[in-house]
Design a protein around this ligand. Structure first.
Ligand SMILES: Cc1cc2nc3c(=O)[nH]c(=O)nc-3n(C[C@H](O)[C@H](O)[C@H](O)COP(=O)(O)O)c2cc1C
Length: 324
């Protein structure tokens, strides 16, 4: 399938694996890219630019297909060495960067001078338009369903995607709640040029996370996520567990007076324990409502091949017949 996104990134299928903290390592990015999608290494999971350079070198050894690096600009106490990370990306020969969080404006000149294609992930039409105006090549439109940070507008993809299509000139992919061929065809129908998946790619054979994480996603239903940090305007969709219940109780107890420090134990530094050690109740971890649609743990190649084959079937057998 050829779309503006497959052309832009020189990939076979319009399927992207979004950056994911302590999930998006070289093994997963390479597996997605080898399957014809676009794999993405999560920049900030690597503690230093040198570590990122090593991860990029590892990915280069595992695939000769294009892959990208995610740079997330989130409110953090001490700002990471973004220029250093960008240098590692450029020197590693990576041609695609997925930015997320705050606007990448300050770093656009450095990225563009190096000939890098930038896809910015955002949760509203106004942020997507801003990304377009500062020279991003594409956007990833993340609906309210998404795992991770859905923003504060709460607009689900059935509305957000057609709205993005009404306003944008640059191509966009649908992100949040995407799992299978039905998601892809629906996203295309709403004007997207492909789809970005997070949670679905965690439950794959190659995702380098503890088996408990994959099993938790398969076991979860669409009712099992919660929104935490809403009063801090840093909303995150996570899989429910006892630590999440505690955060929500704290939020209710302290109301508007809550500070990050009040919940820090359940959210800061918990990813290695969850993703690497499989301690599922160590804290809050991002997960999308789409967990309700995930029932198996295929390889990335099986997943992507099945999506593309079934998408063809939906378009040719079902939709084409309806049209005639
Ligand atoms: C465990 C996990 C960690 C994530 N970490 C990041 C991150 O570090 N940076 C980022 O831009 N997005 C992050 N995301 C968001 C994903 O890239 C993607 O936008 C989102 O998962 C899409 O929604 P879905 O889970 O419904 O597919 C994360 C998502 C998950 C599930």
């Amino acid at each position: 399938m050829k779309t503006r996104i497959t052309e832009l990134f020189n990939i076979q299928h319009p399927i992207i694996q979004g950056g994911m903290h302590f999930v998006g390592f070289a093994e997963l990015a390479a597996a997605v890219s080898n399957a014809g999608g676009l794999g993405i290494i999560t920049g900030l999971t690597q503690r230093t630019p040198e570590d990122l350079a090593n991860e990029i070198a590892k990915c280069n050894a595992l695939t000769d297909k294009p892959f990208g690096v995610n740079l997330t600009f989130l409110p953090t106490v001490s700002s990471p060495d973004y220029p250093g990370y960008i240098k590692a990306i450029v020197e590693g020969g990576v041609r695609i960067v997925e930015t997320a969080g705050r606007s990448p404006q300050a770093y656009m000149p450095a990225l563009k001078e190096a000939g890098i294609k930038v896809i910015h992930k955002c949760t509203s039409v106004r942020h997507a338009l801003k990304a377009e105006s500062i020279g991003c090549d594409a956007v990833s439109v993340d609906g309210f369903e998404c795992g991770g940070h859905p923003g504060e507008d709460d607009i689900p993809n059935m509305i957000l995607l057609p709205r993005a299509a009404e306003e944008l000139t640059i191509p966009f992919v649908a992100s949040g709640g995407m799992a299978d061929a039905r998601s892809l065809v629906a996203a295309l129908a709403m004007g997207a040029e492909g789809m970005n998946m997070g949670t679905r790619f965690i439950a794959t054979k190659e995702a380098p996370v503890h088996q408990n994480v994959k099993d938790a996603i398969v076991a979860a239903s669409e009712l099992d996520t919660r929104l935490v940090m809403r009063p801090l305007r840093n909303t995150e969709r996570v899989l429910n567990n006892p630590q999440v219940e505690k955060i929500l109780a704290k939020e209710e107890e302290l109301g508007k007076d809550i500070k990050f420090e009040d919940i820090i134990e359940a959210v800061a530094g918990v990813y290695p324990k969850i993703m690497m050690d499989g301690e599922m109740d160590a804290g809050a971890w991002s997960c999308g409502m789409v967990a309700g649609l995930i029932h198996d743990i295929p390889t990335c190649d099986e997943l992507i091949s099945q999506i593309m084959q079934e998408a063809d079937g939906i378009i040719k057998d079902r939709l084409a017949t309806l049209a005639s």
